[in-house]
Design a protein around this ligand. Structure first.
Ligand code: SF4
Ligand code: SF4
Length: 455
């Protein structure tokens, strides 16, 4: 391995050396440019520096000591990346762009302070107590209607623009009130033999940070639908945020600390699988082996845990899933980037929706393109994030569905925020919420019900 030369800014830190260790990951790029048309930022801005190839050039320049990691060029173009990883599946050389981006952000953050909002968010999310407080406040704002009111009342330009978007994201986490049952009582479909026998598999569910704080109902739906399909769901105490937000934000130290906690508690529980209902978290956990590759014994254990991680739709699709009663509605399905591009999962969420009688799935234009969510990208990059988000909302609205279904909280909040700000009637729902409602109406959880509790 070649030594790190020292550029004007001084690339001498452990973090820059870490990027140097990734030289092998940078080398496979043959500069073919096949990734350019897949990149949402390049398509919008037309600047090679805002393309995957251009960003890889910048990373290589830092690794080789030709570019100061504190420079505007490195900071601006690495920061502007959505981290959507649409550039990975189209790359003929198998460049591990997502891993390289995290390392580049780590290096950039080490040499130039991140924005105050990003630093505060990463600090709060790493603390169970602080994020509990934050989400408790968020739930109060949401339940009082103030979040939705602010999202509609605040100006769409000027200094309050980002505040408006943040409130719209919060308002968008409210449960969608699904259309009522057409027939007065749900009729249960035959239970599959697999479901009757049970799968014999013990699984745990990652409760997460945003999922636990704002989408508790999705976690509940996940556990119930897994049990209805024959899985034994085990509660694992002591689990923490997966660390995806931190890894994507360049805070690899906190990401690794969170990953180590999860590796320890989930392996100790002895479960066969760890089921995740947030695409971004699932992608991060499946890559714990890479995140902890320099951590000796922890590396092997991280790889062991990573091999057990599954998206909830993967698990359900593998067993059937069992059909429930009708939920008459139409949904526009949108692929989360971290499911489609990072985990290469496309069919399972649609198989889950197919298992719900009465649900009509409508295909939207450019469903494989990022919605612009990317954590708090819509707040930190209001212009570009706003443009990408507006295109997605327009694609959703064009199909005239009752709701958009997507299995990732970031996408649910981003697309939902656009719908809230537009005053649009479409709701937002996770596919397992619909499946859960279908099972509830079928009476799988006791008495058939025509009403779904909000929250
Ligand atoms: S990242 Fe892959 S697709 Fe993009 S220029 Fe490099 S080799 Fe080509
Ligand atoms: S991760 Fe997305 S935004 Fe970033 S370079 Fe790749 S395609 Fe472009």
């Amino acid at each position: 391995m070649s030594a790190v030369s020292v550029p004007p800014g001084g690339v001498t830190s452990r973090l820059a050396q870490e990027l140097e260790v990734q030289r092998e990951r940078l080398l496979p790029c043959v500069h073919c440019g096949f990734c350019l048309p897949a990149c949402p930022t390049y398509n919008r801005l037309g600047d090679e520096n805002d393309s995957p190839r251009g960003r890889l050039h910048l990373m290589k320049a830092v690794v080789e000591g030709r570019l100061d990691p504190a420079s505007d060029a490195f900071h601006t173009h690495i920061d502007r990346c959505l981290g959507c990883r649409a550039c990975e599946p189209v790359c003929p050389s198998g460049v591990e762009y997502g891993t390289l981006l995290e390392l580049a952000r780590h290096t950039a953050a080490e040499h130039r302070p991140q924005g105050r909002l990003t630093r505060m968010l990463l600090f709060v999310m790493a603390s169970r107590a602080l994020r509990s407080l934050l989400f408790a406040g968020g739930r109060v704002l949401r339940a009082s209607g103030l979040a939705a009111l602010g999202a509609r009342a605040l100006p769409s330009a000027g200094v309050l623009r980002s505040a408006r978007f943040g409130l719209a994201m919060l308002a968008a986490t409210a449960a969608w009130r699904m259309p009522g049952v057409r027939s007065s009582r749900g009729v249960a479909a035959p239970v599959s033999d697999d479901a009757k026998r049970g799968t014999g598999r013990r699984v745990a569910v990652l409760t997460g940070c945003v999922q636990e704080g704002l989408y508790g109902r999705v976690n509940q739906s996940t556990m119930r639908t897994l049990e209805a399909n024959g899985f034994e769901v085990v509660e694992v105490k002591g689990q923490d945020c997966c660390g995806a937000l931190h890894a994507h934000g360049g805070d690899l130290d906190r990401a690794r600390a969170l990953a180590k906690t999860n590796v320890e508690v989930f392996l100790a529980s002895g479960v066969d699988l760890v089921v995740v209902n947030a695409a971004g978290c699932g992608a991060a956990m499946k890559e714990y082996g890479t995140l902890l590759e320099s951590d000796g014994d922890d590396h092997a254990r991280a790889r062991d845990l990573a091999s057990r991680v599954r998206d909830v739709t993967e698990v359900l699709a593998e067993v059937g899933p069992r059909r429930g009663a009708a939920v008459e509605c139409s949904v526009a399905y949108d692929h989360p980037c971290h499911l489609l591009h990072a985990q290469r999962i496309s069919r399972p969420p649609l198989q889950v929706l197919d298992a719900i009688p009465g649900v009509e799935v409508r295909v939207i234009a450019n469903a494989e393109e990022c919605c612009g969510g990317a954590g708090i990208y819509g707040i930190t990059h209001p212009d570009l994030g706003g443009r990408i988000g507006a295109d997605k909302v327009a694609a959703v609205r064009a199909v005239g569905a009752d709701a958009v279904a997507t299995p990732n909280p970031g996408c649910m909040m981003q697309i939902g925020a656009g719908l809230v700000m537009d005053g649009a009637p479409e709701g937002v729902v996770h596919p397992v919420e619909l499946l859960d409602e279908s099972y509830r109406r079928a009476g799988y959880y006791g008495e058939p019900s025509t009403q779904r509790s909000p929250g």
